[in-house]
Design a protein around this ligand. Structure first.
Ligand SMILES: [Zn+2]
Ligand SMILES: [Zn+2]
Ligand SMILES: [Zn+2]
Length: 442
């Protein structure tokens, strides 16, 4: 798949190699039992004028796909479980934004929310994958799908014409090797491209930044327009600047200035100084707010405002959008917490150490404060829902039943102190909520 994607990127537009790559990739999808994707590639190969003898093979594969295709559940991306908030459409209207000196900006529940409710579905503000750039859609970050190449360069692919049309960042780097850089540098590039695209000119961007720096208390009241979104991102909490970071910031600045279109925009000493400062600001915001795992990193405006607890009541799963699902029953007025620590099991000391060194706070959650963790493992492990999840969690056949048993288990037990069993059910639950995550788990 990797090589066919890459050959698609390098094939000359309109050449027979384009058709050949789609045709061969359809065979990959067929072997992966991804018949719908195979059908799309067969059509893409035909559109690209696949040769006569290949055409017969394509038609054969097409009819085999049509025979084998079964409509599976989980076709659609998960949606919010409630109506969307009017001003912040990525969150459910059961959450309320609060502000306090202790927590900064955070969310509380406006009513009781049971387990298994999706309360956030947010497109990343910026996001990158750590894989090769020809392996995933530059806009929505989807992998193993019908990727189509940018017609003007050999380093960027999209999952659909829709994503290609929606993407604004790539035009800045197209034709340069910027997309081949480290994920960290690409991330910074995206933030700068977005800042430039949000405003008509560098002068307007500078004026806007000047105005928000004069009034740091002022927060955008909605996320409905691109300026508010950028304002939101700009105001996210920053990491402290370490001496080592300055060199990295300088490198990012130099790499950006190597892009001819960027150099042409920042054509005076004043503008270049502004760009260097903006890169440094973005760098610290991203350092403090980027979330992800070993395959992707992203920053979402709303998602970045959730605080940490070692006993989170919402869990994130990524499926093109960042989602949050309740994993414990949440009472009216409760704050919603995610975990910054991922799936690794950490001791109390390790958790405290990571929170302090990485995010500069001392975790004061109920788990860190409790003296011992008293969990009756026998009750949990003999629970019928737990046993069902244990036996069926790693297959995709009974996905909706698995989800159902997970929800019942979590509603019964997730109020108890955190345990490996609860973590296990939550991981399986999040995986079954989306096809992409399930594929990764299997
Ligand atoms: Zn896409
Ligand atoms: Zn391009
Ligand atoms: Zn804690």
């Amino acid at each position: 798949m990797d090589f066919y994607n890459q050959s698609l990127c390098y094939a000359e537009n309109g050449s027979k190699n384009v058709a050949l790559a789609y045709a061969h990739r359809s065979a990959c999808f067929f072997h992966m039992e991804k018949y719908e994707e195979a059908l799309i590639d067969i059509q893409l190969a035909k559109n690209a004028n696949v040769s006569e003898d290949q055409l017969t093979e394509m038609d054969q594969r097409k009819s085999e796909c049509e025979k084998l295709i079964v409509k599976k559940p989980l076709e659609n991306l998960p949606k919010l479980s409630y109506e969307a908030d009017t001003n912040f459409p990525s969150i459910a209207n059961v959450l309320e934004l609060k502000n306090s000196p202790e927590f900064g900006r955070y969310f509380v529940a406006k009513c009781d929310i049971p387990c298994g409710k999706i309360v956030l579905a947010e497109e990343s503000f910026i996001g990158v994958r750590k894989d090769n750039p020809w392996m995933y859609c530059s806009e929505c970050l989807q992998m193993n799908t019908n990727l189509i190449p940018c017609q003007s360069c050999a380093t960027t692919v999209f999952c659909s014409n829709k994503c290609m049309a929606k993407n604004t960042a790539h035009k800045w780097e197209c034709g340069t090797n910027f997309n081949l850089f480290d994920c960290e540098i690409k991330f910074q590039g995206q933030a700068i491209f977005l800042a430039i695209d949000t405003f008509g000119s560098i002068d307007q961007l500078m004026e806007f930044i000047e105005s928000i720096l004069c009034d740091v208390e002022k927060q955008p009241m909605s996320l409905l327009d691109s300026k508010s979104k950028y304002h939101f991102f700009f105001n996210l909490s920053k990491s402290l600047l370490h001496a080592d970071d300055i060199l990295l910031v300088y490198k990012i600045y130099i790499d950006l200035m190597k892009i001819p279109k960027i150099a042409a925009l920042f054509d005076s000493k004043e503008k270049q100084r502004f760009l260097a400062h903006l890169v440094a600001h973005h760098f610290l915001v991203i350092l403090n707010n980027a979330h992800g795992n070993n395959s992707y990193q992203s920053v979402g405006a709303i998602f970045s405002m959730f605080n940490h607890s070692c006993t989170p009541n919402v869990m994130q799963f990524f499926d093109g959008k960042q989602h949050l699902v309740t994993i414990r029953p949440v009472k009216k007025g409760d704050q919603l917490f995610i975990s910054y620590l991922g799936k690794q099991k950490h001791s109390l000391e390790q958790r405290q150490e990571i929170c302090k060194s990485k995010w500069n706070f001392i975790c004061n959650c109920e788990r860190c404060n409790s003296v011992g963790e008293i969990v009756d493992h026998n009750t949990i492990t003999s629970d019928v829902h737990y046993i069902f999840v244990l036996e069926n969690g790693y297959t995709e056949d009974q996905s909706s039943e698995v989800l159902d048993h997970c929800e019942k288990f979590l509603n019964n037990y997730a109020h108890l102190p955190w345990s490996d069993e609860i973590q296990f059910v939550i991981d399986i639950y999040c995986a079954h909520l989306s096809r992409n995550n399930l594929n990764q788990l299997l």
